[in-house]
Design a protein. Structure first.
Length: 310
């Protein structure tokens, strides 16, 4: 079995204590190897999903009967848009644990496989009521994304309208929920309301989990210019002129726009510049558990896909 290199600073002790407890069913040396590979999956999944996928496959070959390993393999496949494979791993993990925590991401895999109707079935299933608040918000985001997949913009907007959206309290999901609502409003041509909700998303997005600030700036006609890049461009133009024998007088060269590169990193040039009523509640059908997925992989979206960023 091919092993992947593990950095010296990875000990395996970094994993969650609940995962470590699951691995106690394995021989110690094997448990340590699996733990290190799981640490690498967590470390790489955002910046290097392909690398994370490789380590997840090693862990899976070492300990396929451990639920945490199946779950990690599912998320690594999901991050690489391998939705059929991800769904199979999530189902296996759910069978092992009996937990419903993976229900929203499983529904989003159905979206990725081009089956938004199935995702909506899952949004109406009894399992949703067993989710905690964060899981229910994720399920709402997935259901709204499925509505948009089906070009039902008004229904997507209504699906996102909820006490969590209206609340002034900022929770881990708040920025993404507001962002998804703003994006749906914009897609429906309701630009004024969209701008308001992008601004609210910016207020809640303390860790930069969305690009709400960029979207808001785009709507306001704000252009960001990197002053340091401009200085570099000027220097390159100067070098070309000197190479051509058309050099500046020494005194002019010394006085040349050196103040442009002061402590400012960005020059901003500006031009200018609740909840909606109406729309019937989104249809949510009573669902059934998903059958084993077979289908084509590939979708531009995923759970929390930032366009729905749902």
């Amino acid at each position: 079995m091919k092993r992947l290199p593990i950095p010296e600073d990875v000990t395996g002790e970094e994993i969650d204590k609940d995962v470590r407890q699951e691995l106690q069913s394995l021989p110690k040396t094997l448990a340590d190897d699996v733990a290190k590979n799981l640490v690498m999956v967590a470390r790489l999944i955002d910046e290097d999903p392909e690398g994370a996928y490789g380590y997840s496959r090693v862990a899976l070959r070492l300990a396929s009967r451990v639920a945490a390993v199946r779950e990690a393999a599912g998320f690594a496949a999901y991050a690489n848009q391998k939705y059929s494979e991800a769904l199979a791993e999530f189902r296996a993990a759910r069978r092992m644990t009996g937990s419903v925590d993976l229900w929203p991401v499983m529904a989003d895999c159905e979206r990725g496989l081009g089956r938004p109707e199935k995702a909506l079935d899952m949004a109406g299933a009894p399992e949703v009521h067993k989710l905690d608040k964060a899981g229910q918000v994720e399920m709402r985001l997935v259901a709204a994304g499925a509505r948009r997949d089906m070009e039902q913009l008004d229904a997507a907007i209504v699906t996102l309208q909820s006490p969590e959206l209206a609340s002034n309290s900022v929770q881990p999901w708040t920025a993404r929920l507001r962002y998804a609502y703003a994006d749906a409003l914009l897609a429906a041509g309701r630009d004024g309301e969209a701008r308001e909700w992008f601004a609210k998303a910016v207020e809640a997005d303390k860790d930069g989990s969305t690009d709400a600030s960029d979207r808001l700036a785009e709507m306001d006609g704000v252009e960001f210019v990197d002053a340091l890049v401009e200085v570099e461009d000027q220097d390159e133009q100067q070098d070309v002129r000197e190479d051509d024998g058309d050099s500046l007088p020494v005194e002019d060269a010394e006085a040349r726009d050196l103040t442009t590169a002061v402590d400012e990193d960005v020059v901003v040039v500006e031009e200018s510049d609740a909840l909606v009523d109406g729309a019937d509640s989104a249809d949510v059908e009573e669902g059934k558990d998903s059958a084993d997925a077979e289908g084509s992989e590939g979708s531009e979206d995923g759970l929390g896909r930032e366009a729905d960023k749902d």
